[in-house]
Design a protein around this ligand. Structure first.
Ligand SMILES: Cc1cc2nc3c(=O)[nH]c(=O)nc-3n(C[C@H](O)[C@H](O)[C@H](O)COP(=O)(O)O)c2cc1C
Length: 193
């Protein structure tokens, strides 16, 4: 293969980061990440995403105590991340019901995933580590921030500087298992390395 493009390098170097340095993240960098999310595509341009950035250390500590206690203790590492971003979806008729009822696909979930990953990739480019966190108490997060029901709490993103990335890559399925040209079948795309 030819030399990797900057984007190819970026996606290859990203890892989920679970150990963070206690160094604050500059607001400009956080805003650059949010701006990347804002520009993401969405079904019918619905832009259901909403982002609650938690970067106040004391607030983050009390939130984390609630969000990562009990069965969610395994994600306690996220409390050490200097920034947590709570990702919400504002569910109006178009975003929520139309896609689900007509197409049977909850488009807003796709939209949220794209926007969240824009944050992740922008963070990576800015030298920040991230980790998607799905395992936390949504109920307690809602109560903590008094988030109305019409906002669905979708995920958390931990973000911050890190000392080193995990060396070991999490394994990925090969292309021939997950992709096909023109015909759906058993043997997928064969890439000669
Ligand atoms: C929607 C979503 C939810 C996730 N939730 C968690 C989580 O609760 N705790 C955690 O440690 N990692 C979580 N992860 C990170 C995955 O475990 C990780 O992306 C996967 O193992 C691949 O590793 P990599 O990101 O380092 O390539 C989540 C990832 C996604 C996309």
């Amino acid at each position: 293969m030819n030399a990797l493009t900057p984007f190819q390098q970026l996606v290859r170097s990203r890892r989920s980061i679970r150990r963070y340095l206690p160094k604050p993240v500059e607001r400009e960098k956080i805003i650059a990440c949010l701006e990347a999310a804002r520009l993401a595509p969405s079904a019918e341009n619905a832009q259901t995403w909403r982002f609650l950035v938690i970067d106040d250390p004391e607030l983050k500590a009390s939130f984390s105590k609630k969000a990562f206690s009990g069965i969610y203790y395994t994600c306690r590492f996220a409390a050490e991340a200097p920034v947590l971003i709570l990702i919400l979806a504002k569910l109006d008729f178009l975003a929520h019901r139309l896609g689900k009822q007509v197409q049977k696909v909850p488009f807003f979930m796709i939209d949220i995933g794209i926007a969240g990953e824009h944050i992740v990739l922008q963070a990576e480019e800015l030298g920040l580590g991230t980790c998607w966190i799905g395992w936390f108490s949504v109920r307690r997060a809602r109560k903590f921030f008094k988030i109305p029901r019409k906002y669905k709490i979708m995920s958390l993103l931990a973000m911050g500087y890190y000392e080193k990335k995990p060396k070991r890559e999490q394994e990925r399925k090969p292309l021939d298992e997950i992709a096909w040209f023109n015909k759906f079948g058993e043997k997928g795309i064969n890439v000669k390395k």
